[in-house]
Design a protein around this ligand. Sequence first.
Ligand SMILES: [Zn+2]
Ligand SMILES: [Zn+2]
Length: 146
Amino acid sequence: MSGHLEVITGPMTKRCSSCKKYKNLLEFNKNSKKPDGRRGTCRKCEKIYFKKWHEKHPLHKRNEHFKRRYGITLEERNKMISSSNGICNICNEKPKGKRKELMIDHDKNTGIIRGTLCFRCNIALGSFDHDINKLLKAVKYLGGTP
Ligand SMILES: [Zn+2]
Ligand SMILES: [Zn+2]
């Protein structure tokens, strides 16, 4: 059964480049690019680093969320809103009440941004499932000519 060279599996230690402490290799996150397969900074220090980074960049999370949802950055959104003078594309009014922010309205199927809407108009469109036929029927119902 023997004959193999015994592999030393004892805890390997490595010095963290941030806190300068010697720590078990398992305390470092993996990084396949490094010769020992681990990062140079320990997990604890990385956590602190990321926390600080997010504190310094409070908009980052919001930005990420925005990009994922609308495919545009917050900056582009702000540009859109300022180019529409903060006015809703349907009722031509500035949003009032609790929801003073204009919303970006986008086509869920194509991802194309249609414009900026106030909360109320956005909800109204949602109630009609963004369905033009239903909206036309509503116009007819109210006595208008679609
Ligand atoms: Zn450290
Ligand atoms: Zn509106």
